[in-house]
Design a protein around this ligand. Structure first.
Ligand SMILES: C[C@](O)(C(=O)O)[C@H](CC(=O)O)C(=O)O
Ligand SMILES: [Mg+2]
Length: 296
């Protein structure tokens, strides 16, 4: 087992905060802001890597390296356990899935979710999704579990089957994934609170509720989800959506007004930024390091 296991920290957080709020952090800076706000676990969204880092839609276009770049940047500065969206695993074979798992662990992720959509996937809240067979999904999970180099690294199985095959089939898939070794279940695009309970009763492992905005799932509160036996609550893109709106507003204002004076009040100040990224302590270390040289 790894000396410092991010996976173990994630499992502990799930035990201690029930349900555990897992907050989307689109980049390293946001990871620091999330930690400061008191969250105990963070999330790297696949849709967020695609839209935020690449300016592309969430349609299975981004690859393993795109995601790893963002994972490394986040885990380099933030010690909160990170759950990563690996879409369908970045390749059809068991070797592809294994490579994804090993890389995630190496780059410091605590957990990943892998889904049962076909490779040419869509956002879970869009129409027209297609899923692979139950057996093929079970094989993905088996490959992932087998590839772990840290037994505490969390393999979460996401099923998109509800929208395609209905509740019963989706629950059946979840059960099959847990039998294959999945540690947690992410039933995607849930429409009723009671459905979470049905998954939880059937699988007996923690269930994640994806409370993404403007999708098919109502914005259930933590208290409501606790009552439905949910173990983790995900907000994948909340800060990302807000950040994009803020940027658009500033771009439009500066272009329109020829000055930023009208929007400067909406900005994080220089001092706030420096505080959030611990700028001054870096500077002090630099001064201390080269002080002797200067005094010579
Ligand atoms: C969770 C998700 O997979 C993501 O990539 O963040 C998306 C979120 C979204 O598009 O709102 C999904 O639910 O498919
Ligand atoms: Mg995704």
């Amino acid at each position: 087992m790894a000396l410092h296991s991010a996976g173990a920290a994630f499992r502990q957080a799930v035990q201690e905060e029930s349900p555990l709020q897992v907050i989307g952090a689109i980049n390293a800076n946001h990871a620091l802001l999330a930690k400061r706000a008191g969250f105990r676990a963070i999330y790297l969204s696949g849709g967020g890597v695609a839209a935020g880092s690449l300016g592309l839609p969430d349609l299975g276009i981004s690859n393993l390296d795109d995601v790893l770049t963002d994972v490394r940047r986040i885990t380099d500065v933030c010690d909160l356990p990170l759950l990563v969206d690996v879409d369908t695993g970045f390749g059809a074979s068991a070797f592809n899935v294994a490579r994804t798992v090993k890389s995630m662990i190496k780059f410091g992720a605590a957990a990943m979710h892998i889904e049962d959509q076909v490779g040419a996937k869509r956002c879970g809240h869009r129409p027209g999704k297609e899923i692979v067979s139950k057996q093929e999904m079970v094989d993905r999970i088996k490959a992932a579990v087998d590839a772990r180099t840290d037994e505490n690294f969390v393999i979460m199985a996401r099923t998109d089957a509800l929208a395609v095959e209905g509740l019963e089939a989706a629950v059946e898939r979840a059960v099959a994934c847990v039998e294959a070794g999945a540690d947690m279940i992410f039933p995607e695009a849930i429409t009723d609170l009671g459905m979470y309970k049905q998954f939880a009763n059937a699988v007996k492992v923690p269930i994640l509720a994806n409370i993404t905005e403007f999708g098919s799932t109502p914005l259930f509160t933590v208290d409501e989800l606790k009552g439905a036996d949910v173990g983790l609550v995900l907000y994948p893109l909340s800060a990302f959506r807000a950040m994009n709106k803020a940027a658009e507003n500033v771009y439009q204002a500066i272009r329109r007004d020829g000055t930023q004076k009208n929007v400067v009040d909406t900005m994080q100040t220089r001092m706030e930024l420096y505080d959030r990224i611990d700028y001054h302590s870096y500077e002090q270390r630099l001064d201390a390091l080269f002080a002797q040289q200067k005094n010579k």
